[in-house]
Design a protein around this ligand. Sequence first.
Ligand code: NDP
Ligand code: 7N6
Length: 305
Amino acid sequence: MHAAVHDSIAFSFDPQQVADYLEANGLESTIVESGSSVAEYDVVVTFGHEETLFEAPWVHCIRAGIDEFPTDRYAETDTKLTHSPGIHATTIGETVAGMMLSFARRLHRYRDNQHENAWRVESYDAAFTLADETVCVVGLGTLGEGVALRANALGMDVVGVRRRPKPVSGVDSVFLPDDLSDAIADARFVVLCVPLTEDTEAMIGANEFQAMRDDAYLINVARGPVVDENALLDALESGDIAGAGLDAHTEEPLPADSPLWDKEEVILTPHVGALTDSYHEDVGALVVANAERIQRGESMFDRVA
Ligand code: NDP
Ligand code: 7N6
């Protein structure tokens, strides 16, 4: 089997890493540039979509979220589309734990002060502990469970939101999407872990910021458009919420003139919350497993279309 490794992966890391992993695990691999024909390959491993990918029999997206892929059109063609769920619980769980700890223990502010050689102690009531604080995890799949597990370990109370009223280990109360305002009302942290869909676009807007506590923090590790970014800026400026940890942004890269860059109580990361030095292996293993299934005549895992 011959894999094309699409250079759109360079948006996140060196595509050669994936190519080397696939070669080491039995798949011939070639890096292909955007716009190149991929008709001769058995699979294209890619970060993003482009029209030429429909030439291939199988396209594997290295992301869990496939909101930027025209999934309806894949369903109408002979090109199979698979994605990469199930590999982000630890990375995102730790990223969110890190953001929550920083806000509580004020580490981001002391790091800012360090750049000014400033021995500056924040007001006595600025610091708090995560223990006994409540986090509301919106979306209780791979990401949400990874966040809930670590929040539990830090002594936090966890509530969550999902479409199906199915209990989740370590989550005290599971709310349905219609009860989002109730779910977030008492939380010190609201963590977004949902896919971007018609239902979740702008699910956090002015009403939700008003429903949140004034001392609450929003953490978005999902997709930028899940949050109404103008409403977020208003909420930060008016004091409707205390701050935000943002790994996902409406426009990526976040424009240099975005007012979010200058906010003291905003921690910004450039959509790296899931990255780790073994991401190429995690994603490569999914491709190898499906290649083996095809060779055995079995149906593929993680099919989107
Ligand atoms: P999963 O499919 O495992 O989980 C999604 C969860 O969202 C499910 O619990 C689902 O509910 C819930 N959900 C879906 N729609 C709604 C809704 N309208 N209201 C409330 N809950 C809803 O996905 P993952 O956890 O793997 O990933 C989630 C998203 O996070 C991805 O689609 C991607 O966009 C983003 N992501 C971001 C990363 C980053 O680098 N920052 C890394 C990986 C993913 P139910 O269980 O009831 O179906
Ligand atoms: C890291 C992207 C996803 O949807 O956006 C994330 O999986 C992770 C390559």
